[in-house]
Design a protein around this ligand. Structure first.
Ligand code: 73E
Length: 810
């Protein structure tokens, strides 16, 4: 029997689903199990159940989703379009259950069916369509846009293979392909009517005075939509991911001639465009395929935006009033020339008019100052792959030179290189950095000259993270305590966490806070024992560094400190040591040799130290492989100490740092990225600061021989390096290059900051040994973390950059 879903609207709270009972949901799950999955309950696998549960939850997202799309259209609202090569969304089911307010009836329904909710949730593969912070930020923004009723689309690529899976063999990283789409993906809706042709190569002709690009190759971009439901389920926006298809499925001529493999070539060639995510974080891969992928996303998105705009408004003068486009870094920066091309070549606007409209519509976020990440393409490649765009880029550059009176040494095209940062800046109404410090550095360094010419263009929007996923869903123990203590209002308005301030002196509350943290630590400890055989005492400090492996993030500093500490414990095994479990997580880009060498070192040091009977009760090291969003959801709530130890001036913002703070971990960190703002807000006395400032670091780096001098001056650093060189952790030869670089170059100043870091860690030890004071600091970190909600960030973009307003659904 088909059970009709009884959705009633609760007029007070506007939560459509709160009135559903466990029995309603159970019946609906059974309905989908039978009629969508085609399985009887007695034959169903975990996968079948998970899909039945997902379809049940998805049904409840569709109403708000369609309602939101209708409301935005009916009210002629301005829409925000977020273009990003990465959306690191992770699992969807648990988050959707939380946002729809279904936690309790769903737990009841699964109980009635005899299913374990955790097993069902863990069956969902992570959608790993991103590398790290930039992609995860895009996912948090999508959730906040929906929670704030801001009409928006996220545009990205539907990669068949997301970020590679990581294994360790002999302590070294081994990559295997990720294949999340190898099974049905229950959340997406394919839109065969939203398909656009994207061209490449070919030549440009002039017809009746107008430029006409005749591409030599083309593919079809097909839309796959996933609803992103906001908090309390009243609004959902679309994440629209493009998959590439060939314009002709099969070369029938070649097939009939017997060449069956070659006949499938057009399909294979097109599909490569949406096949794999580039696994480079903060480096520019410089590959033709990457340029094609960037244009594929951008062109499909802009065609879609223009089609919707023309259908709804039809008057190009209204474009900036109805459309705000955000470029997530320079990866979609070809949007400037592409929008100009559409306006000039398809709509016949003159250059100046097209330029002004484009600039009033486009904005650009800068996420990094690292020189290797600043995208540049050779004029030759750009001219070959996108000949019309290369012409338009030249026109934009010449025009900017004339109209701004800029000096000759700046601009978009330099010699034979196209600088995408300059292109994005010049075509953007607003350019933003992602933390207060980073934005100042953007003004002073990469865009200093352009900033002088356009002093109002650069603004700051400090990053944020969604508290629904990163607190409410990931940390039920703390969420329960917060709800009981200050109510549930913090979920929508994270500033309400400041109501916890008075409880920082309430011993009973602090005991409960400790108990919540301990429960998370016990769960993690069980996982580490089962998965890695590491014995993590839940009463030890859980000291966590999770992020991409990169020299500037300085996992090397962390592991060298562990070695030095291990040595000190050996010297005084009966000393008053504070037990510590160091936990690492993160992937290195497959071609990043030095980062991989650090992974190898951490694993070999872990093997040596974990089995040392003299120190094992004081120091353990765990490096679970394949760090991803789901692992972050387990690790962050269980952390006592958050490692944010990048070389000052290098980490644009960080967002993991914010998640830890919200979950009551204290930070040991440098004055880098958003750490600066975290420290100011939680109070310097509740933050373990160490290391050089950005200005000091720049000066130190310029000092000849800085590495050697710093190492010679540091007993602890010297010992750590010596133990490695002696072969105490695997074969000494494995580490020669790493040691050589540290002694002779050390571009990220591990040596210069070592003693300061070691001392800060000992301050952590002492603080942790005083539980009452530690818990008070943890409480204040939570209470003062409200600023780091991505709702605050999105409100900032809406106000300062997009000029977009929330919409009330009908
Ligand atoms: O500091 C982080 C920042 O929190 C920064 O390194 C990261 O973006 C985060 C969100 O703002 C970032 N990723 C990239 N650049 N900056 C990047 C560059 C090239 C390819 C992929 C990612």
């Amino acid at each position: 029997m088909i059970v009709p879903l009884r959705v009633r609207r609760n007029p007070e709270r506007l939560i459509v689903t709160q009135v559903l009972t466990a029995e309603d949901l159970r019946d609906q799950i059974l309905h989908h199990l039978t009629h969508t999955q085609g399985r009887g309950p007695e034959f169903a696998t975990v996968f079948d159940w998970r899909l039945a549960v997902s379809y049940t939850v998805r049904d409840l997202m569709v109403g708000p989703w369609v309602g939101a799309i209708r409301a935005a259209r009916d009210q002629g609202a301005k829409r925000v379009y977020y273009l990003s090569m990465e959306f690191l969304i992770g699992r969807i089911l648990g988050d959707a259950i939380v946002n729809l307010g279904l936690d309790q009836p769903m737990a009841g329904a699964l109980g009635l069916l005899g299913l374990d909710q955790q097993v069902i949730l863990d069956d969902e593969p992570d959608a790993a369509l991103g590398n790290g912070g930039l992609g995860r930020l895009a996912a948090c923004f999508m959730e906040s846009l929906s929670s704030l009723n801001c009409p928006a689309f996220g545009y990205g690529i539907r990669y068949e293979h997301g970020l590679f899976r990581q294994r360790f063999e002999g302590g070294q990283q081994v990559e295997t392909p990720e294949d999340w789409l190898n099974q049905p993906h229950p959340w997406e809706f394919v839109r065969i009517n939203y398909s656009y042709t994207v061209g490449f190569k070919g030549h440009v002709e002039t017809v009746d005075g107008r430029a006409v690009w005749r591409p030599g190759e083309s593919v079809i971009a097909r839309a796959y939509d996933t609803p992103v439901i906001g908090w309390e389920g009243t609004w959902a926006n679309s994440l629209r991911l493009w998959g590439a298809l060939p314009t002709t499925l099969l070369d029938l001529k070649r097939f009939n001639a017997g060449d069956h493999t070659a006949a499938a070539e057009p399909e294979a060639l097109a599909r490569t465009l949406s096949r794999v995510l580039y696994p480079d974080d903060t480096t520019d891969s410089g590959k033709e395929l990457r340029l094609k992928q960037e244009y594929f996303l951008t062109s499909a998105a802009l065609q879609d935006i223009m089609a919707r705009f023309m259908a709804e408004h039809g008057d190009l003068d209204l474009l900036p009033d109805k459309v705000a486009i955000q470029l997530n870094d320079t990866h979609p920066a070809i949007a400037g020339p592409e929008l100009m091309r559409l306006l000039m070549d398809d709509h016949g606007l003159p250059f100046e008019r097209a330029r002004d409209l484009a600039r009033a519509t486009l904005n650009y976020t800068n996420h990094t100052l690292l020189p290797e990440a600043l995208e540049r393409w050779s004029t030759w490649l750009m001219g070959r792959v996108l000949p019309r765009h290369m012409q338009i880029i030249q026109m934009i550059d010449d025009d900017h030179r004339k109209t701004s009176g800029r000096p000759a040494h700046i601009g978009i095209v330099h010699g034979d290189q196209v600088h995408m940062g300059e292109l994005a800046f010049i075509m953007a109404g607003r350019v933003n950095g992602v933390s207060a410090l980073h934005t100042e550095l953007v003004k002073d360094t990469v865009f200093a000259d352009l900033h002088r010419l356009h002093p109002d263009r650069i603004v700051n929007q400090t990053n944020g993270v969604t508290p629904r996923r990163w607190l409410r869903m990931a940390n039920p123990a703390l969420t329960g305590l917060l709800d009981d203590t200050i109510g549930t209002g913090w979920t929508r308005d994270l500033d309400q966490l400041n109501r916890l301030e008075p409880f920082a002196h309430d011993a009973a509350f602090l005991d409960q806070l400790r108990a919540a943290k301990r429960a998370n630590k016990v769960a993690l400890s069980d996982g580490l024992l089962a998965g890695l055989g590491v014995k993590a005492d839940p009463d030890a400090i859980f000291d966590v560094q999770v992020k991409r492996m990169h020299e500037y993030k300085r996992q090397l500093l962390n592991i060298l400190e562990a070695i030095a500490l291990w040595h000190r414990i050996h010297e005084a095994p009966n000393g008053n040591w504070t037990p510590r479990v160091k936990i690492f997580g993160g992937k290195a880009a497959p071609g990043y040799w030095l980062a991989k060498s650090v992974i190898h070192l951490i694993n070999d040091v872990a093997t040596a130290i974990n089995n040392d009977p003299v120190t094992s009760e004081f120091l353990q090291i765990a490096y679970p492989p394949n760090y991803n969003v789901s692992m972050a959801e387990d690790l962050i709530p269980a952390a006592d100490l958050s490692e944010q130890i990048s070389t000052a001036g290098k980490e644009a913002s960080g967002t993991g740092n914010m998640k830890f703070t919200m979950n009551g971990a204290l930070t040991i960190g440098t004055l880098d990225g958003a750490n600066v703002e975290i420290r100011e807000l939680v109070g310097p006395e509740n933050f373990f600061l160490f290391g050089l400032t950005a200005a000091e670091a720049a000066a130190e780096k310029a000092r000849p021989g800085h590495a050697r001098a710093a190492i010679e001056a540091s007993e602890n650093m010297k010992i750590a390096l010596q133990l490695i060189a002696e072969g105490r952790f695997g074969r000494a030869e494995s580490w020669y290059s790493l040691l050589d670089r540290t002694w002779n170059d050390d571009p990220f100043l591990v040596a210069s900051d070592f003693d300061s870091y070691f001392a800060a860690q000992r301050a952590v030890d002492r603080a942790y040994a005083d539980p009452a004071s530690w818990d008070r600091m943890a409480c204040l970190n939570i209470a003062r973390s409200g600023f780091f909600s991505s709702d605050r960030t999105i409100r900032g973009y809406m106000r300062d950059i997009w000029h977009a307003k929330p919409v009330t659904p009908a």
